[in-house]
Design a protein around this ligand. Structure first.
Ligand SMILES: Cc1cc2nc3c(=O)[nH]c(=O)nc-3n(C[C@H](O)[C@H](O)[C@H](O)COP(=O)(O)O)c2cc1C
Length: 187
């Protein structure tokens, strides 16, 4: 079992970083282990809401093209944004698309997404422990048909994060962290 200090150091050490080698592959087994780690996040009613797709090699460009198709279908962004979206996933050797399943109950629907976000943090911390750089990015479109079909997700699934993974080639600055506001209610 890890000590609190070791875990705290890991959590503080994790950075959002794209300073990575886009050519050096990340082993598929390691990526699969990180996805498995995500599934240890708490999830209300044990809905196991996470879904994963991993893009490597030419799959990264296909992912970009699918998101461009979804941008066009949704009427979002100009030509500059679409051009960037086509190639942005080539900046990392591996890109993990993480989605959440829908739920009929509005609260559980929201909580499914909360659980997936918790799972992504597990994935990021695992990646950090494995020596990988990682970057949680917002999907260009969360519920577009093209990316959803490419990733093997179902209608109603929403993409929560697009996570870049790769071996670091440098470091990024640690952003200042405002202290948390904590009210202690003791009586
Ligand atoms: C839900 C979510 C979406 C994010 N999307 C983006 C993004 O699209 N682009 C980006 O530069 N950073 C994105 N980030 C990363 C934040 O910018 C980053 O966490 C923040 O700058 C703090 O840096 P740190 O993670 O290194 O502590 C996202 C983070 C979260 C939690």
């Amino acid at each position: 079992m890890t000590s609190f200090e070791e875990f705290a150091e890991l959590a503080r050490h994790r950075r959002t970083s794209l300073v990575m080698d886009p050519e050096r592959p990340v082993p598929t087994e390691l990526i699969d282990q990180l996805c498995e780690l995500a599934t240890w996040a708490p999830n209300h009613k044990r809905t196991w809401p996470w879904r994963f797709a991993v893009a490597t090699g030419a799959g990264r460009a296909r992912l970009g093209e699918a998101f461009v198709a979804d941008l066009v279908a949704a009427g979002i962004g100009d030509e500059g944004k679409r051009t960037k979206t086509r190639t942005k996933y080539l900046r990392a050797p591996a890109v993990v698309v993480v989605a959440t399943r829908p739920h009929d109950h509005p609260s559980f629907h929201e909580e499914n997404r909360d659980a997936v976000a918790a799972g992504i943090q597990n994935l990021l911390l695992g990646a950090t422990a494995a020596g990988l750089a990682s970057f949680w990015s917002t999907p260009p479109v969360a519920d577009g048909a093209a990316a959803r079909e490419l990733c093997g997700f179902d209608p109603g699934d929403r993409i929560v994060g697009v996570v870049y993974l790769g071996w670091p080639t440098g470091q990024v600055e640690r952003p200042a962290r405002p202290a948390p506001a904590i009210r202690h209610l003791t009586a």
